[in-house]
Design a protein around this ligand. Structure first.
Ligand code: KG4
Ligand code: ZN
Length: 338
């Protein structure tokens, strides 16, 4: 090894993005993401197709990340990979690749929790949060309010008891005949619509627990009723429906986040995960920040949805702490928080 730096090669393959990144001393040298288009027509990710696409993508994506980083593979200090949670077949592809690569290079292997990585994506930015830091992590599979006391000391204060926020966006989009992933399309149509046009009730949950399945069901019944008198109701009102659904989801997210921030006296607040790319949520947290005197952190779009740079930065902090894993490490679809 010739480099004096800590160079982490990171692999992310938990769902439908194959991504590789090189992080040098907490700085991103490269971040390549191959998004799998094959799922669009099925209205959701087809796990077996995702695993096969990861197998096809992984070598070209890692190769591109290494070339782009300008460092040779001999200068890699450690290999980090997403161990959990995610689709088991998809995780296995990344884990097997990472293990083989680390073994071939004779460097340490670092297992990373995908949700912890979403939170630490904030530390890829120039302006980094101060601790204690509170993060609302909203993705396709999770909705969590996380209290971070340090980079690796995190506590989940509350999460969803049914659908995740991203899942609610995607399921409503499917009802409207939009392709997967529907979240970005709802965001796009919502910009032209009236957020107060239709009312969708949200269930009151205690403390920091979320529930989004009720919103989804109320949209379903509403559309069924309207389509009886006008089969094209959804197409004609798509902007207002999207704006109203988005408004309802954001209202729930922000109410819980504001409560948690107040209860714990935290003023450094961020959002993370795929849904943090939502323009309505980005505006809502900015406004809440002004109202409450928060320092607000919103990731760049490329660090909101799944990416290996966030796995790399988590790997970097684990490397500093000396938290390594061995070849016996097995991926897990539903790991507990690590
Ligand atoms: O974090 P992520 O890339 O993958 C998971 O770990 O699940 O999140 C994907 C989710 C999908 O549900 C997608 O629809 C949603 O993030 N999403 C959005 C937007 N961009 C992505 N939801 C609402 N508005 C967006 N602009
Ligand atoms: Zn994710």
């Amino acid at each position: 090894m010739t480099s004096k730096h800590i160079n982490i090669l990171a692999i992310e393959s938990s769902c439908d993005e194959t991504s590789a990144s090189v992080i040098q001393d907490a700085r991103v040298l490269s971040n390549h993401i191959a998004t799998q288009k094959v799922h669009a027509r099925y209205g959701g990710v087809v796990p077996e197709m995702a695993s096969r696409a990861h197998i096809e993508n992984i070598i070209p994506v890692v190769d591109a990340a290494l070339v782009d980083s300008g460092i040779s593979k001999e200068d890699i200090t450690a290999v980090a990979f997403t161990q959990a949670p995610g689709l088991i077949g998809s995780l296995l592809v990344g884990a097997c690749f990472a293990k083989s690569f680390a073994q071939a290079l004779n460097v340490p292997l670092i297992a990373v929790h995908h949700m912890q990585a979403h939170v630490l994506a904030h530390f890829l930015e120039e302006r980094k949060p101060e601790f204690p830091f509170m993060c609302l992590t909203v993705s396709g599979g999770h909705t969590q309010i996380v209290l971070c006391r340090s980079h690796l000391d995190m506590e989940v204060l509350g999460e969803t008891m049914d659908d995740a926020a991203g899942e609610a966006f995607d399921k409503v989009a499917k009802m409207l005949g939009l392709p997967y992933p529907g979240g970005p399309l709802i965001d796009k149509y919502a910009k032209e619509g009236d957020p107060n046009k239709f009312k969708f009730p949200s269930k009151e949950m205690k403390d920091y627990t979320f529930s989004f399945s009720g919103i989804k069901t109320s949209v379903l019944y509403f559309l069924q009723a309207q389509r009886k008198t006008d089969p094209e109701f959804a197409e004609k009102n798509i902007q207002d429906i999207c704006a109203s659904v988005q408004h309802t989801i954001i209202k729930v997210l922000m109410a819980k986040l504001e409560k948690a921030a107040k209860d714990y006296g935290v003023t450094h607040i961020g959002i993370a995960g795929g849904v943090s790319a939502n323009s309505g949520l980005r505006t809502a947290i900015t406004e809440a920040g002004k109202k409450n005197g928060w320092e607000v952190y919103i990731p760049k779009f490329e660090y909101c949805t799944d990416n290996a740079a966030m796995i790399g930065i988590t790997g970097y902090y684990k490397y500093l702490r000396g938290t390594f894993t061995d070849l016996a490490a097995t991926p897990s679809a539903r790991a507990t928080w690590i």
